[in-house]
Ligand binder design. Sequence first.
Ligand code: M7G
Length: 330
Amino acid sequence: MADTSAKRLIDSDKTGEPAPDIKRGKTDNENGREDGNESVQENVLSGFKTSSVLSDSAREKNIFIHGKVADQDAVVILEKTPIREDSLAELFSGSTLKLEMKNDIYSTYRLQAPPHLNEIKTTVVCPATEKHIKKYQRKESFLVEETEEDYKNITLPHILKQSFSVQWVYNILEKKAEAERIVYEDPDPDVGFVLLPDFKWDQKQVDDLYLIAIAHQRDIKSLRDLTSEHVPLLQNIFQKGKEAILQRYNLPASKLRVYLHYQPSYYHLHVHFTKLGYDVPGCGVERAHLIADVIQNLQSDPQYYKTRTLYFPLRADDGLLSKFKEAGRL
Ligand code: M7G
């Protein structure tokens, strides 16, 4: 890995002392309180009972499981993490090799790495709602065409009733959770935001960098609510977010894909910062709107996102899709 910032992330890890930006092992309970700072936590998954595999991918090396933790519904995501260049020396010297086959100049082995080089990133959602379980189930998607009227008559009433709780977002803004993970904050109530690693990123390498910027303003649900009055907020997030990422991870703006989702899963304005070239789910043209384009569109038409027909995919089992069907819009 040639990137110096990647090296910096990794070097600090090598000392055994996590850098302030990559502290791990701290968990937050459902109220957002932080439960100590040990790196080893009680194994909350020891009694996990699998109900079904929601999806899995041999290529992405992950599996999404629905099950029960102490009688509560849970979704657990297990994901093998990338092999880091800085761990190669230890991987080669500290592992055992079991020969599988040898033929001429070709041989294959099973390499058993030391446990700390063989970790599985694990995400737990518990208690998980029916909507969480659906979110992680692989399902066919359909592209929906949403006019200004559709938004008012179909989408808005649905999201006001049905959307995911944004308690986790408020916990971040109020420093009740993930406070030690914050990379940058502008506390201004109008144009301010908190920038921190998305929980999909394990922060061990910049190759799959993924941060989110969460606006301090609480009344902007999504792209649809934005008008020209929000341009200073978007410009501030874009500019200061890029600067903070350059400073912390040594990654220039030319290496970043900065965008908003429409529809998002969580209806509180947030912006995704991902590494260009990292093919993350949700970065396709049917869902991601580059913040640079959003700013320009609002500058040329203050009501752009209030009035335009917007397109987005919905999964077959999404309640919003049924509403579009009932209204004869699909
Ligand atoms: P989104 O566009 O609303 O929906 O993005 P998506 O999840 O379908 O992409 C929300 C983003 O917030 C996603 O990238 C999530 O991975 C991330 N995220 C969700 N939760 C519940 C948390 C959390 O508790 N902490 C952090 N740091 N990120 C989260």
